[in-house]
Ligand binder design. Structure first.
Ligand SMILES: Nc1ncnc2c1ncn2[C@@H]1O[C@H](COP(=O)(O)OP(=O)(O)OP(=O)(O)O)[C@@H](O)[C@H]1O
Length: 250
């Protein structure tokens, strides 16, 4: 579904992503690992439309998406979360999910101003769907609390729910386990497998190797902007170059 073909992006003289190709298959969980500064977040920014590659291209469902705006890429079915929690902390949990849904809502400006029937129906359906998504992650009881009042781990879950709200086919997760305790970590593993079982493919950046080894179907390793290795978790784990990169890099 996602095909990244030989992309390169430089910041001044630094090749943050250097001739990297990769693929994410339908419904799979694909991992992206590498030491700090390897280019992982920049790679996400290339896929989600924050940056346009200097060379190479990105295809999603057979169509080129490189060069499109972020909102167009989101509409085509790619959603993402960020390394730093990016919620509207003063808004309720429910409102945060509804914000994530906006690209799927049809009733534009005039219907919303006049509160036409079509818009009321759409709003009701959106709320029901938000409740269903919150139930999916066990946050339905917190729907009307301020997002900022949730624990750190729950805020990370809410970010994932908001990412799912636009009905993506592919979810990009940038360090979703950061700051989670080990129980939250185990719950995250179960949740991400459930999301993939719903048919949503996942591309995930994460430093927690235990989580990645248990979670991913396939892993890519970046090192100084270049692809160092790719393969099944068991192969990656015993790859001497990968071990050396981690021992040397962190
Ligand atoms: N906007 C930018 N301008 C200049 N340099 C940048 C910019 N964004 C990233 N870089 C540089 O590009 C390289 C790759 O950074 P990137 O954030 O993609 O790495 P990363 O693998 O996500 O690291 P981390 O695990 O620490 O998040 C780093 O050397 C970084 O300093």
């Amino acid at each position: 579904m996602l095909k990244v073909n030989d992309v390169t992006l430089s910041f001044g003289g630094l090749k943050a992503v250097n001739h990297v190709s990769m693929e994410v298959r339908d419904g799979s969980i694909t991992g992206l690992i590498g030491p700090n500064g390897a280019g992982k977040t920049t790679f996400f920014n290339l896929v989600s439309g924050v940056y346009k590659p200097d060379s190479g291209n990105v295809e999603f469902d057979g169509r080129e998406i490189s060069g499109k705006f972020c909102y167009q890429i989101n509409e085509s079915g790619i959603s993402r979360t960020y390394q730093v929690i990016n919620l509207f902390k003063k808004m309720t949990v429910m409102e945060n999910v509804l914000v994530g849904m906006h690209s799927r809502l049809k009733g534009g400006f005039w219907p919303s101003l006049l509160r036409l029937d079509i818009q009321k129906k759409e709003e009701k359906a959106a709320r029901e769907k938000a409740v269903e998504l919150l139930r999916f992650v066990g946050l339905e009881d917190r729907a009307f609390e301020q997002a900022g009042s949730l624990s750190y781990g729950d805020q990370r879950l809410l970010e994932i729910v908001r990412g799912l709200a636009s009905d993506p086919k592919l979810l990009l997760l940038d360090e979703p386990a950061a700051g989670m305790n080990s129980k939250e970590n185990d719950e995250l593993l179960v949740l991400l497998k459930k999301i993939a079982a719903r048919g949503v493919a996942i591309l995930i950046i994460e430093h927690d190797m235990k989580l990645m080894m248990n979670l991913c179907d396939y892993i890519y390793v970046l090192y100084y902007g270049k692809k160092l290795a790719e393969g099944a978790p068991a192969e990656i784990q015993k790859n001497p170059e990968v071990i050396a990169a981690y021992l040397g890099g962190e």
